[in-house]
Design a protein around this ligand. Sequence first.
Ligand SMILES: C[S@@+](CC[C@H](N)C(=O)[O-])C[C@H]1O[C@@H](n2cnc3c(N)ncnc32)[C@H](O)[C@@H]1O
Length: 241
Amino acid sequence: MSNVFYAPGKQRAAKVSDLFASIARRYDLLNDLQSFGFHRIWKRRVTELARVKSGDLALDLCCGTGDIAFALAQRGAETIGLDFSEKMLEVAQSRLQKSKSRIQNLKFMQGDAQQLPFPDNSFDAVTVGYGLRNLSSWESGLAEMVRVAKPGGRIVVLEFGKPANPFWRRIYFAHLSCSVPLVGLLFCGNAQAYAYILESLKHYPAQTAVEEKMRALQLSNVQVVNFFGGAMAINFGQKPL
Ligand SMILES: C[S@@+](CC[C@H](N)C(=O)[O-])C[C@H]1O[C@@H](n2cnc3c(N)ncnc32)[C@H](O)[C@@H]1O
């Protein structure tokens, strides 16, 4: 797979969609293995920052198999999980089917995070986990999140980060380029899909630029929550009232 597909631009969407179709069935298992289960803690932090309550409307973009969307719904929000990958949504739907008796306030739908089919000012919280980095333009994805958030609405982005410390960054990038694809190969038969994490991260300016962009979009209470020295990060902001 040529690296050109990972550069921001229109060519990326089709390749990213194929990639997630190929790993959908094993995606949850690999998440647990690759992060040693830590992704559950980071996603829990996302839902805490989203601060949803019963009756709120929440949107989780690039929802994949639905972890964050389920957590928002469990906190009582009427939640929509949106993703463009049919295969990832099939897994999300089957999880929902299994918990149908308990979770009534969650829907999954297919759509493009960069062209959301919702009016302005619709949601109390808009979240995205490991999605922004995959978009043809992360800036337009973030702008869409802000557009559909209500005034005062919370915008929460969880994504791989870039550690500020150069030594730690080198170790972390070595891990992403060696161990992560190896685990992808062993448990999913697909090393390239997991090599994609580092490739896409190279083209994504990460937490500092997202913070700057949130400020440029006039969000309030902008903050960055770093984990593991910035290897993982959450960007938070609120749409002005
Ligand atoms: C790494 S997965 C993240 C899944 C989930 N949010 C999680 O944290 O486990 C990225 C997801 O983004 C979706 N995606 C990528 N580009 C998208 C786009 N333009 N619109 C909607 N979904 C997109 C992919 O289909 C994939 O399911």
